[in-house]
Design a protein around this ligand. Structure first.
Ligand SMILES: [Zn+2]
Length: 285
């Protein structure tokens, strides 16, 4: 090993040691109080089946997340301690077996009392740029804040989870604009990811279109692919975010209806939530 290379390895080791020392200090001094922790995890059904070790790691991750991020209310919303922890735990379930570094390049979470106006621009066929706004329950900016509607965050469950949705977008944006393909781990196949998601997305869009055309009164939400939000048909990026919500919220349905996508998500998140649900017994002591 060259002198320069030895120096680089030494620097990496020192920075890794410093990071662990720093995290240990935060965990020692800013731990989430027991009663608050128990209250929060009792509200989140998708945590069922996590064992003691995983729950401890989730609590540590949420503690570090709360230290690293600034969560603030908009439109006079007071963000309580419980709301802070609820957001942190749901954000951290995605990175439970990854690392907090996955949320490294931004700081702010802004919480509105309800839906807020999202502004965007688009260019029409004549090349004219239009500025529009529409109500939204959540939004993630590349390198910027995550924005949430508390009304929607509080209504999460049974497949719908705006916090998981927005933080999935954050992971997707680690390699640029959200496109439905986050940076994959070593050993994962880009081709397998693209083929699995591409085929499932095409089938899903056809299913949504068919229901809207043939039986609009049936309500696409309940009828489409195992209760997956039809908003997933919006784009490959939304398909990934919505399937990530469902992966944690209703994993058995995802595994049954989108088995190859489930496999890719399990490889990416390094978790098997369907197995946790089959085990069934919540372990939250
Ligand atoms: Zn989205």
């Amino acid at each position: 090993m060259s002198h320069a290379r030895r120096g680089t390895v030494w620097n990496m080791l020192m920075s890794w040691n410093f990071k662990n020392w720093y995290r240990a200090r935060i965990l020692e001094n800013q731990s989430i109080p027991d009663d608050l922790w128990k209250r929060v995890i009792s509200r989140l059904d998708f945590l069922r089946g996590l064992n003691h070790v995983e729950l401890k790691r989730l609590r540590e991750c949420a503690t570090l997340f709360l230290h690293a991020k600034q969560i603030s209310g908009a439109h006079a919303l007071v963000v309580t301690e419980e709301m802070h922890v609820l957001i942190a735990v749901q954000a951290c379930i995605l990175i439970l077996n990854l690392d907090l570094d996955y949320y490294d390049d931004w700081v702010e979470v802004i919480v509105y009392p309800g839906e807020f106006l999202r502004t965007y621009e688009y260019t029409d066929e004549a090349g004219v740029v239009h500025h529009e706004s529409e109500p939204a329950s959540g939004e993630s900016w590349l390198g910027g804040p995550v924005i949430l509607s508390w009304e929607d965050a509080a209504a999460s469950g049974r497949g719908y989870n705006v916090v998981i949705h927005e933080f999935a977008h954050k992971l997707d944006m680690l390699n640029g604009d959200a496109n439905g393909c986050p940076p994959l781990h070593t050993g994962m196949s880009q081709q397998a990811w693209s083929e699995s998601f591409g085929r499932a997305y095409t089938d899903f869009c056809e299913e949504v279109e068919a229901i809207e055309r043939d039986a609009p009164e049936a309500g696409a939400h309940s009828a489409v692919g195992a209760g997956i939000d039809p908003y997933a048909a919006e784009s490959p990026a939304e398909f990934f975010a919505v399937l990530s919500e469902a992966f944690f919220e209703i994993p058995l349905a995802v595994k049954l209806h989108f088995p190859v996508v489930y496999t890719q998500l399990a490889l990416f998140y390094r978790q098997d939530p369907a197995l946790r649900w089959i085990k069934g017994v919540p372990d939250r002591t």
